[in-house]
Ligand binder design. Sequence first.
Ligand code: ADP
Length: 716
Amino acid sequence: MNLEKHNQRMQLLADVTYKIRQSLDLHEILQTTVTEVRQLLDADRVVMFQIHPDGAGTVVQEAVLPGWSKSINQNIVDTCFGTRFIDSYQNGRVSAISDVEKACITPCHADLLRQFEVKANLVIPIISQGQLWGLLIAHQCSAPREWQAFEVDLLKQLADQAGIALAQAKLLADLDQAHQQLRFHVENSPLAVIEWDHACRIQRWSAQAERIFGWSAAEVIGRGPDHWFIHTDDLHLFREHVLNLTGHPFPNEANPDIEQLTRNYTKAGDLIDCEWYSSALFDEESNLVSILSMAQDVSARQQAEAALQQLNRELEMRVEQRTAALQESEQRFRSLFEAAPDFIYVLNTKGVIQHVNPVVIERSGYRKSELEGHPFIHLFAPKSQVLCQQHFADLLAQGSHRQELEFVGKNGKILTVDCSFKVVKDRLGQTSILVVQRDISDRKALERIKDEFISVVSHELRTPLTSIHGSIKLLATGQLGNLSDDGQQMLDIADQNTDRLVRLVSDVLDLQRIESGQAKICKQLCDAADLMTHATDAMRSMAYHHNVTLKSTPLLTMVWANPDYMVQTLTNLLSNAIKFSQPGGTVELAAELRIEERRVKDNLSQPNRPDTRLPFSIKHTELWFQVIDQGQGIPADKLECVFERFQQVDASDAREKGGTGLGLAICRKIVEQHGGKIWAESVLGQGSCFFVALPMSCWLVEKAEVSESVVPPTLS
Ligand code: ADP
């Protein structure tokens, strides 16, 4: 009978276990368990009490006979029961109370049970995956009940089964969640996700794949990679790629994701560049399960890369061309620098020599070390050093300068040289001064011989000419007898020509004397107004004969000049202005003070005095004379050359106006000897204006208008 009972119970247990294990749904498992257990024990209530980590718990499932209170979803925080029992339940404690009223339990525990009309209860722990999940509790509410050992045993086994089922359900839920996550990532990946089966047919086609390629999953599932999808030329690449993957079990370290670039078609027929990353999945027997590919459309990137490469190529080509051009120009410059017959120096802004070309070393006698790193001006005679210093500051402001200087070679020989200074800036913005020095000693010597010759000839001509001129003049007066009309006419012509010849000889001599320095131009403090009055007075009769009005507005200011030479200059300009004016015209002599503020960046004239090298500005004052006429004017291209010897706008001017073509050349020499400038401006047919600018020292500017009896400054 016992065996039969045992068999029946085993059968019952197997049935209930089967029902419990039939489902993998947590809710269903719990529901089945409580229902079956209540029926099996014929209890009034059976509950599943899930215990939380803090020791509290919730009734998550309940099977209760009608008439008894429901405890489902009740959160029970039993302070008496509490965590004290958790450890013992974890260790398999079973509690069977046959009569709550008589049991040896705490009053609050008894109260809690009474709350649910419990007369007897049986509590079995449910252990799932080694952890206490909760309790399976059977209540008898109608009357106390003596729990049988087999009932306790049965319940324990069912609790074990429930524990296993719960563990499985949890595993399944975890798996399901992982699957859901994977699915979410696949569908939301910015890459197209495509899964191929072992025969390379599409199994999975993500939403992004649909977006990139245009086909829906339904249209492509089951199809293999072929002409419809991959460009014919790239098919073999793709196949090789897949073959490569399938040859090796995955995952392993030797077989990482393999990358591949192919041209793929879209449903619309467009060709796009795709980058593929694929990996193969094998089962435990190394059979290929599937290949997972991820693809992205890299057409835009490819195009950008191609454009960038093209740009790089063009840039490289341009750099190469530019470098070649630069090298060539540098080479050209270097050969020029090295082969030039002139001395070439590169100076820094302090006037110190940085480089010299080979010809300087060959011909000057100085060693390279005696030149480079030394002041440039030390190569010149003392007078030239002063000139150099004077012009150095201006050079930086103006950019270029030209000067005749006396160069002293290593052997002490003095050469006259023509130096061209040019301020240059390199690519890094560094300023240097390039000096090209040409030896003009031979030319100077020739000029000297020529000038001497002219001087001698002119000198020798002057005395007989003056006497001839006097004789002709005497003849022309008729004091030595009357001539026929023709004879008188011839004599007048001879008189005019000898007159011109005398002036010419005297001009030539003048010019030569000024140029050679024979004529000493001694300056003194003189009144500009006086100079102007003298000049206009001298020209008044000529103006009268030409029927030209002569105007002058003398300026009361003192100027440091040679009065005779200045009057000669102004007279010459006035005589030209009258000569080239129409009868009835006006010629004006005016004067004014011009003040110009010049900013000097680096005082190079004082290279050894660092305190004077700071930027500063100087007021530069000049006295400007202007001779203005309303005559025929001078063409723009002749404005400069009229200051050269024997240069006339019209060759007939000499004859018709009685000029020599030397007047302006003499004026320029005189003005230059005063450290000034002379130039002309003109509008053809309207008139000309000749300017003479003389430098004024600050001292003169301040004192000039105050007193006329000023003491001239010393030249030091
Ligand atoms: P010249 O003795 O011939 O006047 P200059 O050297 O004084 O010699 O002048 C050179 C030339 O410049 C003149 O021949 C003339 O052609 C031109 N020239 C000078 N002054 C004037 C002027 N005020 N108006 C027009 N032409 C002028």
